[in-house]
Design a protein around this ligand. Sequence first.
Ligand code: NIG
Ligand code: ZN
Length: 415
Amino acid sequence: MERMTDLVVHDAAQVVTPTGGGDGDGSDDELEVIENGAVAIEDGIVVAVGPTTDVTRAHPPENATESVDATGRTVLPGFVDPHTHAVFAGDRVDEFTAKLAGASYQDILEEGGGILRTVRATREAERAELVANLLEHLDTMLAHGTTTVEVKSGYGLDVETELKLLEAIDEAADQHPIDVVPTFMGAHAVPEGADTEEYVDRVIEEQLPAVADAGLAEFCDVFCEAGVFSVSQSRRILEAGQELGLTPKIHAEEFERLGGSQLAADCGAASADHLLQATDEDIEALGEAGVTPVLLPGTAFSLGAPYADAAAFEAADVPVALATDFNPNCFSQSMESVVELACNGMRMTPAAAIRGATSIAARAVDRTDGTGTIREGAPGDLAIATVTNYQHIPYNFGVSNVQTVITDGTVVHRD
Ligand SMILES: N=CN[C@@H](CCC(=O)O)C(=O)O
Ligand SMILES: [Zn+2]
């Protein structure tokens, strides 16, 4: 029977989708490829996906409000970027040059640069400037196929500025088609001149209650790292956040192996991120506890550090999510680039990288509604690339392959 459809994408060389979608641990998911495929969307939700002949019989493009002829192109779920620090003022391009000349990330931070420098610039910025900056970055993300993004606060380190950042995230989210997931990260660094224990008390007693009261965050994240927050300090913060309804996330085993993975497993975190130094034991603990590991190849690339051991996760049957970690130290908003680095740098297969950037990434932000897949009932979020086969995305690196982006069944970007 013919029906009126909001959007039909048809005649795609490939429609590509992970078979899972947020439920289960993702280890049995596969990447399904439908040759000459089509997708129909109604009321923002996918209502049909399959061969073009089947989908267009029930949903003729000529009867749809909008149709996209995807001949010669590949349709993917919109990318999910589950780890960014995208709201801040200024940049640190001079530190980029200093790092190339040999300065380390931690030397820069210990001298009051790095995160602390962005904190100074962000405290001085008006909320409107932060909103405008974030909207610009969201536009760039969208143009590269991202339709869901997590954004952390963490360049305030005091109640007032942390709230200003979360309000800026909320305001930008209201104005932009990307689905924005807000995370509170008051424990991103120890502010200049502060004692770490006293600052942990302030995060727990002042910042967390104010954030929970304002209802502006879904997750609470901590930088669990030597010289920043210890495992026990991180545990106190994450448990306090959990009591206020914020799901834990953690920056773990980035520069040193401290035990953040085990903590993530103990407190049922949604994700443990970075994991450059994670051991087989850590990987097993994350897998058993259902914590999604998030690997950030752009960060290793920017730091000139060895990549996380993606093969060890694969061997343990623990699927990994991928994210940009977009921040002033790792300045890329592009999930296309992350997929390229995952393959060319971490030697992941294109199929594993696409799953990591879509359905597995959705697990890292607790999106269990089919986000990151193209299946009936999932949100109508699609990225259409100018390639005839999804493997060409990492193969043809360094260029923008995404051409058209759809959120909730509406075309929101076209190159
Ligand atoms: N490692 C801690 N936080 C960020 C970097 C933030 C910054 O350098 O401004 C990260 O995840 O890479
Ligand atoms: Zn981070």
